[in-house]
Design a protein. Structure first.
Length: 294
């Protein structure tokens, strides 16, 4: 009778260093400038699904290499709000000059572009030139936000929909959008596009993990579908405050040539505007997503 051999465990070729017990991890032991074989890519992708936000220090990618690595996550589909890098329409910029004043774009907790029918699945961002201190990005887990609600609350919200639009960003609720965006890395958008509405489920199932997550954010969510804004406000306000609990978050400090990927479905993020008088320049690709589903 021949012996039954157990499969040998696959030794990880990357080192994963979690940032917190909820989300976020730094990954070392890989050079993203090189072509990734399937085994190495699988280990990176598994770390991404598990930790929701991952970053790689010291990756001096060219624009072409940045785009090529991004395509491993899915199709690169630029978002309409951001200006492209010259010569690279798939690569967009997040740039704030040292002389700029006023509010920083993205300084409130949000999920990118949920006013679209198919919001982005992920973002791959590289730090080109960042301040020696300040300018961090905070992330929070919407898995954890959902899973820590009471069973009664989860049952109540599982079947609800939420109306999303960009009306507060560049629609009729922000008629001064040209003055706000002038001289920044954001495009001027039409009021009609800003006011266009789409309904997404309040609770979404992640296609890559099967986990449920809370899908609301105060930048783009307008009201619960079928309710007035006044009727919606108490529940949405509670969910925003619940989701942004400090213990659901991690904070990433940027260094030049750092490459970071966040899952745009199961996380929210916000810029920390504490670097006045300093240049902050990052480039990003956006990975196209599916329509969120229950």
């Amino acid at each position: 009778m021949s012996a039954v051999l157990s499969p040998r465990p696959i030794t990880s070729r990357i080192e994963v260093h979690p940032l917190t017990g909820v989300l976020g991890a730094a990954i070392t032991g890989v050079d993203l400038r090189q072509q990734l074989d399937d085994e190495l890519w699988s280990q990176i992708h598994q770390a991404f699904l598990q930790h929701q936000v991952i970053y790689f220090p010291d990756q001096a990618l060219t624009p072409e290499q940045h785009i090529a690595f991004s395509r491993r996550f899915g199709p690169v589909e630029p978002v309409p709000l951001l200006k492209p890098v010259d010569g690279y329409p798939e690569l967009q910029m997040i740039r704030r000059e040292a002389t700029e004043t006023g509010r920083v774009i993205g300084e409130n907790w949000h999920t990118d572009s949920t006013f679209l029918e198919r919001p982005p699945a992920a973002v791959v961002m590289r730090a080109v030139e960042v301040p020696p201190f300040g300018g961090d990005t905070g992330f929070l887990s919407m898995y954890t936000a959902y899973e820590t609600l009471s069973p009664t609350m989860r049952d109540m919200i599982d079947g609800l929909g939420v109306v999303h639009s960009a009306t507060r960003i560049f629609g009729s609720l922000y008629q001064a959008q040209n003055r706000r965006f002038a001289g920044t890395s954001a495009r001027a958008m039409s009021v009609e596009d800003g006011d266009r509405e789409v309904v997404h489920p309040m609770v979404v199932t992640h296609p890559g993990t099967g986990r449920k997550l809370l899908y609301v954010n105060q930048v783009y969510a307008q009201r619960i579908d079928g309710m007035t804004e006044a009727e919606s406000l108490p529940l949405l306000k509670f969910l925003y405050e619940h989701a942004s609990r400090f213990d659901f978050t991690c904070r990433v400090r940027w260094k030049n040539n750092q490459v970071l990927i966040w899952d745009n479905l199961c996380t929210m993020h916000r810029a920390v505007p504490d670097y006045a008088g300093q240049l902050r320049y990052l480039t990003r690709t956006t990975i196209g997503g599916e329509r969120p589903r229950r």
